[in-house]
Design a binder for this molecule. Sequence first.
Ligand code: GDP
Ligand code: IMO
Ligand code: MG
Length: 423
Amino acid sequence: MAVDLLLGLQWGDEGKGKIVDVLTKDYDIIARFQGGPNAGHTLEFDGIKHVLHTIPSGIFHKNAINIVGNGVVIDPVIFKKELDNLAQFNIDIQSKLFISRKAHLILPTHRLLDAASETAKGKAKIGSTLKGIGPTYMDKTGRNGMRIGDLEFSDWKNKYRALANKHEAMIGFYNVDIQYDLQELETEFFNAVEALKELTFIDSEEFLFNAQKEGKKILAEGAQGSLLDIDFGTYPYVTSSNTTAAGACTGLGIAPNKIGGVFGIFKAYATRVGSGPFPTELFDEDGETMGRVGNEFGATTGRPRRCGWIDLVALKYAVQINGVTELMMMKGDVLSGFKKIKVCTAYKYKGKEVTHLPYNIEEGNVSPVYTELKGWDEDLTKLTKADQLPKTLNTYIDFLEKELEVPIKIVSVGPDRTQTIHR
Ligand code: GDP
Ligand code: IMO
Ligand code: MG
C-alpha cells in the first residue's frame, strides 16, 4: 500500500492541520515526518479550535494511530503541554500515539542557543520561532544529539549533562545578553521527560514497514512549507529540515517507490511569518484586509503574518520539487469582496521576465509580474458543494490549475472541518 504525503507549498500555515483532520477518516496511520514545535497546526470542529505542535493532526479520530517520526525534533516540555491540553478529550493516548526512538530531543539549552544566535544576528535574524529547532538539527547532523531512545537507558542524564554543559559554553561564545535560570528550566524539562516516558516508544520505520505490508493506509503530515525547506527554500531564511516530499522518506524511513499521492496545500493568497524574501508581499490595504479577515497570526508565536498575492513562480517550483499529484486551495473565503485578484505569473529579474525561481530573490532583485482576475463577492463559508462556487472563483481556480498543471481537488472555505468542498 502506498503512503500518501500532505505538504505545505508556501511558507507554512497553509492549513495542513485542518486538511489532515479532514482526511484522517480515510487513513489508518497519520505520521509527522519533520519539524518540531515550531509548527502550529490548527483544526476546528464542534465549535472547538485545537492547536497542535508536535502531535499529528489525526489524534482526534478513533480509527487512526498517530506517529511522531524519526525526522521530528521533540521538546518534552511542549509535548507535555500538548498532552495536558488533550487530557479532557478522552483520547486513548497510550494506544493511539507512538513516538519514534530515533526522534531527537530539544533540550532547554537548544532553545537558549536559538535565542543567542538570533540576538547575535541582529537585523539579519531568521525570525526563528525560538523553539530550539536550528540548534537541535545542528546537533543531529553534527552527531551530538540526544534521541528519544536514549531515555530508555539509565545513563541518559549523564548524556544530557555533557551536552547541556557544552551548550552553556557555546552560549558564552555568542557574547550576547541572554538571561536564564537553567536550574528552573531543567526541573521543568526533567518532569516533562518523565511524562513523555509514559508514552509508547517504537522503531517507527519497522512499524510503518509492517503496516504497509498489512495494507494499512498511511498519510504523512508535513510541517512548515516548501519555501522553508533547508535545501530548496529561501535560504538562509528557512527552517532546518527538509519540508519537501523527500523529507518524508528520510523522516519516516519510507522508501521513495512507496510514495503514492502527494497532496500540496496552498492558500488562495500567500503569507509568511518571520524574516526573508516575499516578492508578492503587500504593504497596503489589501494586505491588511487579508491579515484581518484571514486572522493571520502565527499559531505558535502569535506574530502577525505578512500577507500578499499568490505567487505562481514559487508555487510551480514547489509543485515540481514535491511531485504534487493533487492540490488543495485554502482560505478562498478570505478573498471574498476583493474587486480584483492579482496572480503573480512571472518575475522581472535582471531586466527579463522569468518563470523559474532565481537563486536569490532578496528584496530588490525580483519584482512580480501580475495577471489580474475578477474577484467574487459571495460569502463562501456556508457552501458545501463544488457546483455552488461563484463563477469568478471557478475562473480563478481554472487559471491556477492551468498554470500549475495539477488538479485542485479540495477548496476550503472556512476553518471548520465541515467547510471543505471536494471537487
Ligand atoms: P498549518 O500550520 O498549515 O496547519 O496552518 P495554521 O493552523 O498555522 O494556519 C491556518 C489557519 O487558517 C488556522 O487558523 C486555520 O483554522 C485557518 N483556516 C484553515 N483553512 C481555512 C479556510 O479555508 N478559511 C479560513 N478562513 N480559515 C482557514
Ligand atoms: P507550520 O507547520 C510558518 C518559520 C519561522 C522562521 C523560520 C525558521 O505551522 O506551517 P525555526 O523556528 O524553524 O527556526 O524558524 O521558519 N517557521 C514557520 N512559519 N509555519 C510554520 O510551521 C513554521 N515553522 C517555522 O517563522 O521564519
Ligand atoms: Mg501553522
